[in-house]
Each structure stands twice: as structure tokens, then as C-alpha cells.
Design a protein around this ligand. Sequence first.
Ligand code: DX5
Ligand code: ZN
Length: 217
Amino acid sequence: MNKVIIAPSLLAADFRNLEREFEKINSSEAEWIHFDVMDGLNVPNISFGFPLLEATRKLTDKYIDVHLMIENPSKYFEEFKKYGADGLTIHYENQTNIKEQLQAIKALGMKAGLVINPNTDVSVLEPYLSELDLILIMSVFPGFGGQKFIDATYDRVKQSRRLIEDSGRYIILQVDGGVSLDNSQELIGAGADALVCGSALFKENDFKGYVVKLLGK
Ligand code: DX5
Ligand code: ZN
């Protein structure tokens, strides 16, 4: 196991040849697969859902990290579990009963994550620390892959790392959006321990080599 988890974002994969994409992922040191679910209501885009999750589960043994950008996520927790999700991350924004939702995710045997957008204060996470397995800091506004990384993220990662340390709990600190070799080492230095990487990684010819570099090896 590496100190840092790399999570290739499936949104950036070549869907014309999924089996080949999974051969690349499976033979790499990436430990997770990041699976973005968008319904066009919470974010201005629609991505994919259960049929692809089911196929993904059959194509890999890696941990499937599902990032939910949908209305009423709790309505679907059981189905996400059934089709193979290992962890579910819900957005802080536009949600009610966050604590109960996190507990419901864990009761189903999945890891529970909470994600905040670039303009949401890190301090909003505080009341939920006791329930969290993962904090996700968005480094772009969610909806699309291939966007430019927002530099203010470094400070937000440091702030989140302090919250986690103060809580005394083990909580994974993940960053998502515009991650590449241009910022990965600084993010790790700031305290991130899981990096989602989409377009920068999938456009590389040497996928495995790029994962190793993201790990800082
Ligand atoms: C953005 C998604 C990201 C996206 C990352 O809304 O949550 O997971 O796939 O892709 P890149 O690395 O291309 O920014
Ligand atoms: Zn994502």
C-alpha cells in the first residue's frame, strides 16, 4: 500500500474501449477508481449511473469511490451498494440531514465521505468529523473534467488537515479537479492523501508511469 491513494477518474476514460482502459488502471499502482455520478440538477452536466457501475465492478477489484452530484442521493444508497460501490461521497451543498445520510452510508458497509465546493468554507465540515471516513476538497467547480486547478485549494487542504489532526480520527483527505503533476506534490505536502486525476492521467501514453510520478516516487 502506498502512502497516497491515486484515484483515476473514469469520466476521462475512453468509453470506446473500456476493457483496455481497465487493463491500464488494473495494472497500475492506482488503488481506487473515482466514479462521478451527475444528474444535471446539482451540476450542469449528466454523466453515468448504475449500468456502468455494475460493469466497472466486473472489470476491476479496485476500490470504487463514488462521488455523488445528484438530487436526493440517499434514495439510491442501497442501489449503489448493490452495484459495487465501496464508498459514497455526498456534497455538503443543498443537503439536509447530512449526519443521518453519512450514518446510512456506513450502515450499508461503505465508507462515508463529505465533499465541499471551492466556495464553501472548510469549517462547515467540523460538525461531521465524527461520522466521516473521507473529506473531499473540490479544486474545481464540479460538473466537468479537464478544468483548471484552483490555487486556493492548497490552503483549504492545509486547513482540512488541521481539522482532521485536531479530531484525532483517521479521515482520508482527497482532492478532485485539475490534479496533475503540476500540483500533486504540493497537494501531498499540504496534507492530501488521496488524489483524483482524470484528464491529465488518461491522456498520457504511459498511464502507469504517470501514476508513479503522481505518487511522488
Ligand atoms: C468534476 C469531477 C472530477 C473530474 C476530474 O466535477 O468531480 O472527478 O472527473 O477530472 P479532471 O482531473 O480532468 O479535472
Ligand atoms: Zn469527482
